[in-house]
Design a protein around this ligand. Structure first.
Ligand code: FMN
Length: 157
């Protein structure tokens, strides 16, 4: 059996980008959380997945949601990553965004964004894998914010 610390140390060697996943509840209130467990899944149809912890405040909201947006952060947006992983009454206070066509917040100045309709949910351990069909997206030229060995990192070139 692999122990928890070894497992974390091994997983930390997998460098990733950072996303903020957003959705909205039945009242139209926006919700968001920082997620590095994002992956492309299928080109045809265009599918992506995110893994949401069962203990996250956003878990019950995602369980009811029909759509979400993926905001891929640029290297200037570390503060957004910290904000959407932290304790705030309203994580969106002071954050610039517009509601996308599916009603989910697309944050200003992100590196890329995807608006997704939820097509499947798969419980897995202490997370749920949420699969989204990408209906719209944006991409711009900038550098990504990275996460490696438990800390923020940036591309050198
Ligand atoms: C860099 C980074 C990556 C994260 N990735 C994930 C993730 O992939 N899935 C997840 O459920 N939580 C992830 N988290 C944790 C959540 O963002 C955070 O714990 C959660 O939003 C706590 O929310 P709550 O206090 O509203 O429950 C990550 C946090 C950080 C800082």
């Amino acid at each position: 059996m692999i122990d928890r610390d070894s497992f974390r140390a091994i997983l930390g060697r997998f460098a990733s980008g950072i996303t903020v996943i957003t959705t909205h509840d039945a009242q139209g209130t926006p919700h968001g959380m920082t997620v590095s467990a994002f992956s492309s899944l299928s080109l045809d149809p265009p599918l992506v997945l995110v893994c949401v912890g069962n203990d996250a405040t956003m878990a019950p909201v995602m369980a009811q949601a029909t759509s979400f947006a993926v905001n891929v952060l640029a290297d200037t947006q570390e503060a957004l990553s910290r904000r959407f992983a932290g304790k705030f009454d309203d994580r969106f206070a002071g954050v610039g965004y517009t509601d996308g066509e599916l009603g989910d917040p697309v944050l200003d100045d992100v590196l890329a964004s995807m608006q997704c309709r939820i097509v499947a949910r798969h419980p897995a351990g202490d997370h749920v894998i949420v699969v989204g069909h990408v209906e719209r997206g944006t991409a711009r030229d900038a550098k990504p914010l990275l996460y490696y060995r438990g800390g923020y990192a940036q591309l050198e070139r």
